[in-house]
Design a protein around this ligand. Sequence first.
Ligand SMILES: [Zn+2]
Ligand SMILES: [Zn+2]
Ligand SMILES: [Zn+2]
Length: 533
Amino acid sequence: MPPVSPPSSLRSPPTSGARTTYRLRVSDVSKIVCHRLQNSTEEYLVRWKIAGGSTNTKSTIYSWHCISELSKCLHYVQEYIEKLPKSRPDAAFVAIPAAASRKRKFSSDSQITGSSSSSGNLTPRDWAHVSREPSVISRKDRGEKGTCPVSGVTAEQSNDPAVQEVDARKLPDQFMLKDAAQAPVSAAERAIQATFQAKLRSVKNTEWENHVDNTAPSLNFTFISDFVLGEGVYRSDADAHVGCENPCRPNMGQNLGCEYPRDCACLEYAAVDKDLLKEGDMARYAQYLEDWDTDGFLADSRGLPKRFPYRVSKDRIVPSTLMKFYLEQRYPIYECNLNCDCGKVCKSRVVQKGREVPLVIFKTSNGRGWGVYCKEQLVKGEFIDTYIGEVLTNEETNRREELAGKDKASYLYSLDKFCGDDPNNDLTKDNCYVVDGQHMGGPTRFINHSCEPNCQQYTVSYNKHDLRIYDLAFFAVEDIPPRTELTFDYMDQDEAELEDVMRKREAKAADPAYRDKQRCNCGARKCRWYLWE
Ligand SMILES: [Zn+2]
Ligand SMILES: [Zn+2]
Ligand SMILES: [Zn+2]
């Protein structure tokens, strides 16, 4: 077997002068497996990724690192901390900023370092034999107290009697676990919170807060501002969208142009306004109803009066709101686009302008994880934000679901509104695209479920010929006071009568098939008790 080289970042062991710049690379870390307090410094035991992908064999490399060395790998530390028992001595909430926790007293160093196996650095004894030899622990002194020495990365030959061999398969051992049960994680928590804060800086009009504990949302999450297309997902360029022309024009007055209910080409497939039908429209309307049976939302409604989607105030001081018909019927909303002649002032441009309301991601106090509220009053019908993420093929979605299990469903949103409307019948629920907001998305990804929600998701299209990709836009379905948690129904069910809900949920609770189903904790009067049915 050829000698195995150490990971390249280890080839020149950093000297003490390089401490401030030394960082573990994400690609070198497999997992964080334990932590301890060493000379008043929190340290985390890193299991290294070894070439060839083997994990936790006898020759796996481990080393202890302080938080500053792990600044690129903090999501690993976060995963580790989240799995620690919640009854830990330092698990009590410390307000942000948590600097005070630094001064809290913990078990003395002598107690913590008293065990024989965790009292020093873990060092790979000889890199040339790294694939065969067990990891070793050096009992040598750590040097200056309270500093952050680079530990466990020097490739020393160990004939030093102070170095003790350990079997890497048995790490962390019982002594390490005992130390870990006493050691704080507050330095890590502060670093994780600061890192999340820095990530959030790129997101306009968004804050976060946590008055409940010391956690931060997952660092394994990237804020994006538009869909990220996965492999095999295609979308037409915005330049290629068909826009509206005459009579739509930039200088149109009120009730003209795109609001002229018959002629705007962007409203070609919009809902027909029955109240505005005239005698001469009836034959055309009968044809439309016939088309509806085969083409659904694509039924040809040219020449018929349409429902305009938004109510826009003249001075634009009052927010634009979605018309009652769309709010209740959830009919697709067609907005104008880049190639329309109407121009920027057209009232058919709301969602495309993006979010204007300030959102706050916050930790809920009743165990429902992170939630979202708006700092300002929202009025019924007001646009909030869109749901974005990676757009995936159905196959990729299935693959991810199998890997991640049932919780994954919370972040998946099928773009299936137009299934069955495709003239060739190509678009079905089994091959439509799916938006996955788990690892990439916007603040709306943190909105919780409620069986009685105050927001709903609506279909907004800028390209009436693209049935596969459209915007998922959240609108307020009632007036929402400032700082009220925003919710939507993950199951997207229609509103039901309370008695009906009560009867159904009691039947479910008595049904053994529901015993293992995920419970809903939304707390709504009409809660269905189970999230996925
Ligand atoms: Zn128009
Ligand atoms: Zn327009
Ligand atoms: Zn248009």
